[in-house]
Design a protein around this ligand. Structure first.
Ligand code: GAR
Length: 189
């Protein structure tokens, strides 16, 4: 089963739901994340692990890992989850946490990857799906797809369309092929 971590709109969560992937829990770091509504509508259990209710990030992450384990999660997907995950979380799901990011990492990590690619004047940006480590959008790459920056006015929409195709594909491979992560992952930094 899959656990999905979200912070915002949840279009990537929706793509995973629409792909029919087995999601047993969705957790957010903020209670107003629209993604939670998408999960509820799909009948998926939800929980909120805000930093206001836990003394440290590590403590929050331990509780979140326990909740996911209680929901029989073996693979965790960060789908627009805008907090770093800490070591106490990662050790509970070794090599089983993946993230989607709207750039060709290691270029433009962080919260504003699309705007930064436009501001930098690069011709190509893209989408990366990667295994998660303790860094900011770092960790071995599973899939990347390049996207032309021009025309700029449709870039965001084109990036999201690629994310919504690539993320479910990679997640399905991780679920069905136990060797996928080790045979596919490439170090990028
Ligand atoms: C997505 O574009 C995702 O790649 C990005 O946040 C957006 C979430 O959209 N993630 C990051 O920037 C991670 N550093 P969504 O909530 O509609 O899926």
């Amino acid at each position: 089963m899959i656990g999905v971590l979200v912070s915002g709109n949840g279009t990537n969560l929706q793509a995973l739901i629409d792909a029919g992937l087995p999601i047993s829990g969705v957790a957010a770091n903020r209670k107003d994340a629209f993604a939670l509504q998408r999960a509820r509508e799909a009948g998926i259990p939800v929980a909120v692990f805000g930093l206001d209710c836990h003394s440290t990030r590590e403590e929050r992450d331990r509780m979140m890992a326990t909740w996911l384990e209680e929901h029989e999660v073996e693979l965790v997907v960060l789908a627009g989850y805008m907090h770093l995950v800490t070591r106490p979380f990662l050790v509970r799901f070794p090599n089983r946490v993946v993230n989607v990011h709207p750039s060709l990492l290691p270029a433009f990590p962080g919260l504003h990857a699309i705007e930064q690619a436009i501001a930098a004047g690069v011709q190509e940006t893209g989408v990366t799906v990667h295994l998660v480590d303790e860094g900011l959008d770092t960790g071995p790459v599973l899939r990347q797809e390049a996207i032309s920056v021009a025309p700029v006015d449709t870039l965001e929409e084109r990036i999201h369309a690629v994310e919504h195709r690539l993320l479910p594909e990679v997640v399905r491979s991780l679920l069905t092929d136990p060797a996928f992560a080790t045979t596919t992952a490439k170090e990028i930094s």
